[in-house]
Design a protein around this ligand. Sequence first.
Ligand code: LGS
Length: 446
Amino acid sequence: MSQRTFPDGFLWGAATAAHQIEGSPMADGAGPSIWTRFAHTPGMTLNGDTGDVACDHYRRWKDDVKLMRELGLQAYRFSVSWSRIHPEGTGRVNQAGVDFYSRLVDELLENGIEPLLTLYHWDLPAALEDRGGWLNRDSADWFAEYGSTMYRALDGRVKKWVTLNEPWVITDGGYLHGALAPGHRSKYETPIASHNLMRAHGAAVKAYRDIGKHEIGLVVNIEPKYPASDSAEDTAATKRAHAYMNEQYLDPALLGRYPPELKEIFGDAWPDWAAADLELIRQQLDFIGINYYTRSVTQANDSYPLKAGAVRQPLGTYTETGWEVYPKGLTDLLVWVKERYGDIPMYITENGAAFFDPPVAEGGRVRDPLRMDYLQKHIGAVHDAIQAGCDIRGYMLWSLLDNLEWSLGYSKRFGMVHVNYGTQERTPKDSARWYSKVIASHGASL
Ligand code: LGS
């Protein structure tokens, strides 16, 4: 096995999100979020699973930080639940909510773990959904207000901030196809929600420059799109799919414009946006966070409204969520980001896989060779991108713990640590022990 070197200061960590691990959604004065409502609506999640308990991290946070330290993590990416901070979404601050995250950050720092804080990982305060949510143009101000509350409370102790996690998933899942909260299904709403999310991103970065002194960025989920054939139809479909997922958010954030394919995809549902909006969206960013899981071999089809979709690869390996394992796609993608947007620092803010894990064996062992193999190959792909000149500053494994996979409930396990949802016992899987060694050797043992 060849020896690999990662840059000095490259951060090794793991990621989670509030709704997926915390539980106790209404504790200590919090307000409900759209995910609490959505999960409590019959038929919206697999088995009716909710985040009421999840990994009980809201009460076990101290033990979880201890676990992170034992694993040797250098960084931890987590998200803040907006409705714990502003139960009505704006205005009144719920100090108990701020204190929860403040204590968590202190504990991380005391254990030598750098916090990466995501402001929005999908759990909009329900009170704001009642005012139109991301369809309301005021959402940019609401988000900047909430961001400012957090910057004032934590900037300095938190030095790496993320505005939004995966705006594409928020709108494609929440506004176009309805599989995710708030469960809308409208081609006409989707561009408006997308645009307002990006205005909110811009407004929150702007507010950060007034209050914060460290780094702020945006996290996107992107995946390379390869044409299924060289037909004109598949080539055009691939271009549309690429613009829709990979350029829709990075282009306005970094270049101040939208790719022209969006008009082709959305037709009369895609408005002509005001130049002032695009100016707000394009802010100086300190880094881009990339969430990578799979690629897509794309062909033309009659799906609405994209008219493109992924073709299953007969010789491919697939994870439990049905996503193809394709490590080279991560290298291709990172090189593409560098080529299109220039030398912006990047973090891998999520990468990982759900596989079927056997039950915890006697002696507390969980063998998960497929996850280990997935991680090894993808971290190798990150290394290849660094070799190709990409400025990659860290890798956050998704996820620290098995957790609530949104509409798929507890059925899919992404953790390097097994969670017994009956007892809340945590058991590091083989992949966690392996990852600890990778961290301790700064990637040399890969
Ligand atoms: O748990 C989520 C992970 C799991 O897989 C996390 O909260 C999200 O930020 C992120 O979206 N996550 C995730 N994404 C994989 C998306 C792959 C889509 C492939 C679709 C092919 C049909």
